[in-house]
Design a protein. Structure first.
Length: 217
């Protein structure tokens, strides 16, 4: 892998979406970068207290959905503490860098989905991630969500993730040394046409669909 000290980003017709990792209040940049076989990218974050990887690649999509889109990309973070360290708190985010060209934005959530839509007269882009309810389902399945996450009420589940015109941030509670936490984002865009929900459907994807294209399951 090659050294990389820049913020991982996805370049879209509406601007650049940057993906960020913050652990214990400190924002980290990847230390190394590698290209994947099917056009994706792999980033490694080096720390004395944790290992973190980020994969950027195209999800596996239904053929009809794929034809309706201009592009769709997923970003999968996976973090694990080094024993005996416990990560006391961290967050994962996808946010717009300066110079974006969208003129309107709004919340567009659905079942198990936290999403924001961004538009200008020419393009529409959805940015999405799994909502708090889905993260709790994954916790109970043992699917890479720490046991410390405890969102008992609908209010807590809906209030965990911050989504706005700036992007989406997913905070996470304590991660023990034996645990791995995985959080992902999906961005999809196409021409802005009425009664077309292809970008919204495309961002409602599990991590397995994102990683499948690059054989990283």
């Amino acid at each position: 892998m090659q050294p990389n000290q820049r913020q991982p980003a996805l370049h879209t017709p509406l601007g650049s979406l940057a993906f960020s990792l913050t652990v214990s209040g400190q924002t980290y940049l990847p230390s190394h970068y590698g290209a994947l076989q099917q056009g994706g990218s792999f980033y490694h974050y080096e720390s004395d207290t944790f290992d973190c990887e980020l994969v950027l690649c195209r999800p596996a999509l239904d053929a009809r959905l794929s034809l309706a889109l201009q592009e769709c990309w997923g970003a999968v973070f996976r973090i694990k503490p080094h024993a005996p360290t416990t990560i006391r708190g961290c967050s994962f985010s996808a946010f717009w860098q300066e110079g974006f060209s969208w003129s309107e934005s709004g919340s567009d959530t659905g079942e198990h989905l936290e999403a924001v839509v961004y538009e200008n007269p020419e393009y529409r882009l959805h940015l999405g991630t799994q909502d708090g309810h889905m993260l709790m389902i994954r916790k109970h399945r043992g699917d890479r969500i720490p046991q410390s996450l405890n969102l008992e009420s609908d209010f807590e589940q809906h209030g965990l993730i911050t989504s706005s015109e700036q992007g989406i941030e997913v905070p996470m509670t304590e991660i023990e040394p034996h645990e791995t936490c995985q959080i992902h984002f999906v961005a999809a865009w196409t021409r802005n046409m009425e009664e077309d929900n292809s970008t919204w459907l495309a961002v409602d994807q599990p991590a397995a669909n994102i990683l499948h294209t690059e054989g990283l399951l």
